[in-house]
Design a protein around this ligand. Sequence first.
Ligand SMILES: *Cc1c(COP(=O)(O)O)cnc(C)c1O
Length: 236
Amino acid sequence: MNRAEELAKRLADVKARMAAACARAGRAPDSVRLVAVSKFHPASDIAALAAAGQREFGESYAQEALAKQDALVDQDILWHFIGGLQTKKARQVAGRFALIHSLDSEKLARELAKRACEARILQPVLIEVNMGEEQKAGVEESDLISLAELAVSLKKQGAGLDLRGLMCLPPVFDEPEEARPVFAYLGELRDDLSARLGIPLPELSMGMTGDFEAAIEEGATIVRIGTSIFGPRPAH
Ligand SMILES: *Cc1c(COP(=O)(O)O)cnc(C)c1O
C-alpha cells in the first residue's frame, strides 16, 4: 500500500468506528463531524485525504496552519484551529478558520472580535473549558459564564464572534472509559450555558484517537482525530 492508500484505509476505519458509536448511541451518523488533525504531517497527506473525501482538517500552530492553507489553496477544505492561541496571533487567524476551538480568555476574545469586526466577518468560536488540574489550556469553569457573555456581546452588526459551543481536552487517562464522565459533564455545562444565555450552542468538540467513541456516545458533535488517521506524529 502506498501512503495515499494507507491514509484512505485509516480514514475509512475511523469513519466506520464513528458510525458504530453513533448507532450504539441512537444518533444519526451525520450528527458528528470528523476533524482530521494534521499537525506536523505534510500538506501532501492532507491532499491525499481530501482526495479520499475528507473535508475538515484541524491544526494547532498558526504558522504551520497558514503555510498549509497557502499550499492547499486549490482544495475545498474547511480548516479548524484547535491549538492554544496567543493573543498576538489573533490577527493572523481571524477569518482564516471555519471554527476556532480554543477561545480561553477575555483578552483573546476582544482581540479576535476586533480583527473580525475590521474584516466585517463573523468568526465562529468554541470556548475551551479546562477539565482537569494538570491541564493548562482552557478557561476555568468558574470563569466560563463571564467569558461566554463577553463573547456574545462582541457580536455587532453581523460581525465579531459567533459562539457555537464548547470544547475540551480531558486529562490523559489509561482507559478511555475514564474520560466518559468528563465528556458528559461538558455536555451539561453546554446545556446550562445555552439556557442561561438564551441562545443555541450546538457544538461539542470532544474526543480524540484514544477516546472518541465514548465522546460520541456522550454527545460530541465534532471529534478531533490525528493519530488514528495519520499514524504517529513525526518528531518536530
Ligand atoms: C493533537 C490534538 C488532537 C489529536 O490527537 P490524537 O490523539 O492524535 O487523535 C486533538 N485535539 C487537540 C486539541 C490536539 O492538540
